[in-house]
Design a protein around this ligand. Structure first.
Ligand SMILES: Cc1cc2nc3c(=O)[nH]c(=O)nc-3n(C[C@H](O)[C@H](O)[C@H](O)COP(=O)(O)O)c2cc1C
Length: 167
């Protein structure tokens, strides 16, 4: 029995490295390529932090740097980023908006300090125009403590199952 491996790209935004850690683990587990997206104008520093919260709250989606990976050929794109002010990272939202037409199946992974991810999931799925085949949200604290492997495994489970179900 063969296993059809879905060609997967993990696209992530990370301001302070938390989501980056998760994205690297996702790429390892899913045997996926990695794409980090950045805002043209950095959100680092104190003023950046304030702008980050404001932009996220208002749905102001910033200019982003060009992506390194063309989406053609990827069966699944995992979209990962932080929750800012109760909403999905505006950098990630911008990517999804810009690439909507090229997205096939999507997964969504959100990191946060304890907020409900409900609004952020709906935003990403709304911009992508499709429901995620898998989603999970992970507490920043468990990422810092390296206690997030289970969450990644749970997320990857249904994707693996889909791959195996092909034959
Ligand atoms: C501007 C800003 C706003 C945030 N707002 C929220 C929030 O509303 N709820 C929450 O649980 N965490 C919030 N956080 C915490 C981040 O979601 C959390 O630290 C995340 O894991 C950071 O990921 P990163 O290191 O990949 O950027 C906020 C962080 C920033 C920088």
């Amino acid at each position: 029995m063969g296993v059809a491996v879905m060609k997967t790209l993990v696209v992530y935004h990370s301001r302070s490295g938390t989501t980056r850690k998760v994205a690297a683990e996702l790429a390892r587990v899913l045997k996926a390529d990695l794409e980090e997206i950045h805002a043209e104008k950095s959100y680092l520093g104190m003023f950046g932090y304030l702008r980050a919260g404001r932009d996220s709250l208002r749905g102001k989606l910033p200019e982003i740097t060009p992506a390194n990976h063309a989406l053609a050929g990827y069966d699944l794109v995992v979209l990962a980023g932080p929750i800012w002010a109760g909403h999905a990272s505006p950098v990630l939202r911008r990517y999804v908006r810009d690439h909507k037409a090229e997205l096939k199946q999507i997964g969504v992974v959100l990191t946060h300090g304890g907020s409900s991810p409900k609004t952020a999931y709906a935003e990403i799925e709304g911009l992508a125009g499709r429901k995620a085949v898998a989603k999970t949200d992970i507490l920043e604290r468990s990422i810092r403590q390296n206690a997030f492997e289970m969450a990644v495994a749970d997320f990857a489970g249904p994707i693996r199952f889909k791959e195996e179900a092909v034959f």
